[in-house]
Design a protein around this ligand. Structure first.
Ligand SMILES: Nc1ncnc2c1ncn2[C@@H]1O[C@H](COP(=O)(O)OP(=O)(O)OP(=O)(O)O)[C@@H](O)[C@H]1O
Ligand SMILES: [Mg+2]
Length: 245
């Protein structure tokens, strides 16, 4: 459902991400790991053609749609509905004066989802959020809750693939682990395809089938998560592992 070949993202003369090959099938989880500035978010955004001002080449296929060549209308059908993007700080994207419940209702109506209340309740349960959160404003919830809310929204809209950008390292490890835990369950229960971006190789190895390690815009190592963790072949991957507490 996600198929990437020879992806190259440049801002001006500068190459910020080069990904030769990346596939994620239904029920699979692939993680992109690397230090700050290595090109993880850029890669994620380019899969939905959301890298404004960038020059992007190669092939990206999402559910059969040729993303880099499709008309904008086809992309709008994918974004938000079939393929959900959970951003690094989703709160920033939410209207500050709109309660979460209103936001959820509007999104469901826009996408023609029936039984909105029941669907919402189930989606919130799936991410372990109390329905009382629907009465809150975006600034009244934590970063981890905002990410889980974004995931619930995706689930309620019937997303089949989730592209999730890990909360910044400032967020504490237990919050990140919570988000990963929620994604793991959803993947098992609903067969979602997951593409997860993270700094933390050990954390993603608990959920990912395969891992891509990025450094300075290049994939320096790729393979089954267990193998990469047990026998990292690139010095940079070993560095990432040694940096862990
Ligand atoms: N709109 C843009 N214009 C120019 N350069 C950009 C733009 N967006 C990102 N970059 C550059 O691309 C590189 C990769 O950035 P990216 O945000 O993908 O890194 P990242 O791996 O997600 O980092 P972090 O872990 O801090 O989120 C950085 O050097 C960044 O400065
Ligand atoms: Mg990023």
């Amino acid at each position: 459902m996600i198929e990437v070949r020879d992806l190259l993202v440049r801002y001006g003369e500068r190459t910020v991400a080069r990904v030769p090959e990346l596939d994620v099938r239904a029920g699979e989880c692939v993680a992109i790991v690397g230090e700050s500035g290595s090109g993880k978010t850029t890669t994620l955004l380019s899969l939905l053609r959301l890298t404004e001002g960038a020059h992007v080449s190669g092939t990206v296929r999402l559910f059969g749609v040729d993303v880099l060549r499709a008309p904008e209308r086809r992309l709008r059908e994918l974004r938000g509905a079939r393929v959900a993007l959970v951003m690094q700080s989703p709160q920033a994207a939410l209207s500050p004066t709109t309660r979460l419940g209103v936001l959820m209702r509007r999104a469901l109506r826009l996408h023609g989802v029936a039984n909105a209340s029941a669907v919402t309740e189930e989606a919130l349960r799936g991410v372990m959020l109390d329905p009382a959160i629907l009465r809150r404003y975006p600034h009244e919830i934590s970063g981890g809750q905002a990410q889980r809310f974004a995931i619930a929204l995706a689930v309620a809209l019937g997303a089949e693939a989730i592209l999730a950008d890990e909360p910044t390292s400032a967020l504490d490890v237990t919050v990140q682990a919570e988000v990963v835990g929620v994604l793991r369950r959803l993947r098992e229960e609903r067969g979602l395809a997951l593409l997860l971006v993270s700094h933390d190789l050990a954390l993603v190895s608990t959920i990912a089938d395969r891992v891509l390690v990025m450094k300075d815009g290049e994939v320096v190592e790729a393979g089954p998560a267990a193998e990469v963790l047990a026998r990292p072949s690139h010095p940079y991957t070993r560095e990432l592992l040694e940096a862990l507490p």
